[in-house]
Design a protein around this ligand. Sequence first.
Ligand code: PLP
Length: 401
Amino acid sequence: MPEATTTESSALAPQIQAYLQRSSWIRKMFETGAELKARHGVDAVCDFSLGNPDLSPPDAVFEALEDLARRDQRFGYMPNAGYPEARAALAAFLSQEQGVPVSDQDVILTCGAAGALNSFFRAVLEPGDEVLCPSPFFVEYGFYAENHGGKLHPVPTNPDDFSLDLDAVAAAVGPKTRVVLINTPNNPSGRVYAQSELHALAELLRSKSRETGRTIYLLSDEPYRFLTFDGHPVPSLLPLYPHTVVVSSFSKSLALAGERIGYALVNPTMPGKAELLAGLTLTNRILGFVNAPAIGQRLMQKALGAQVDVQLYAQRRTAMAEVLEGANIPFFKPQGAFYFFPKAPGGDDVAFVQALQEELILAVPGRGFGTPGYFRLAFCVDETVIRRSAEGFKRAAAKFK
Ligand code: PLP
């Protein structure tokens, strides 16, 4: 029997084909990194490309794991919003952290912050809706918005310190705006938005919501809230704007990124919050997450309040700043999270990242975060690796003088 033939060149959906094409140079950079490691040995390469915490989870996580292993534990389906006792414990923790009373009914447990973002977009976006986001931004946001018929609308920040450009936000808000998404402390810029900026943003959204006749949600993605430097506070948005939703996870604070445990917190004072929470519980289920992982919920519940050793990140930040200063590369010193986002010497981020690769240093070009002309360094690596890269940075930067 003749084989079935097809005229399609690929069975992929055109949108996914286009994504693959667009991100092909990023893939190429990662492939080059892998080749360099294979050729020169892993230890010879200084890899600052990945935001994957290298630190061990705190002891509380291992104690919780041992405890779980000893119990006659069930791991079956549960209510889609999560175990009631895990939600209650999280609500008590968030009441402290956010400085407002949060009840167990205000939170749902999700598969990481990524799962919370997708569940939220699925619940509120209509086809063609826009999600405004200050740039630079975590690159997955664009995919998540498009997963649910929305579109990411990047808005520039002030180029020297990545603070919010409120005039740019005001100019960008239109009838299609459904969500303003901020990430503080920020990946990749290291910016922590100040109380005054957030207050002004909340005022702006209030007046724009009135003007457009449509609720604009403020979505705050906060997986790095635990990690700030020099005592920098991370103001809560909940008292500032009723239509706020906070999403976060324990990927970085408990070094549990692979265990996929996070949450969405709906502002306890939001009008109509029960409907949004019901929507989120449903979307969490029907997107195929069903519920957050059972073990992750138990670990989170028992380890709440513990965190990785942030002092180590502070030392690494100092080391990275010294390396960049030594190479005369201008940068904004991160106030939080574990990234630097310096200006690329010569102005071409891809060319500079390639020059770094020649020195066996891996970084990510700023255009991967919607902001060409910069590059990102993740300093969740050992301090010795950071110090070892110093001469390579100097040689690479000297090529663009
Ligand atoms: N948001 C930001 C800003 C991130 O940097 C990350 C991961 O690096 C995520 C969300 C997703 O994290 P997770 O889904 O592991 O919580």
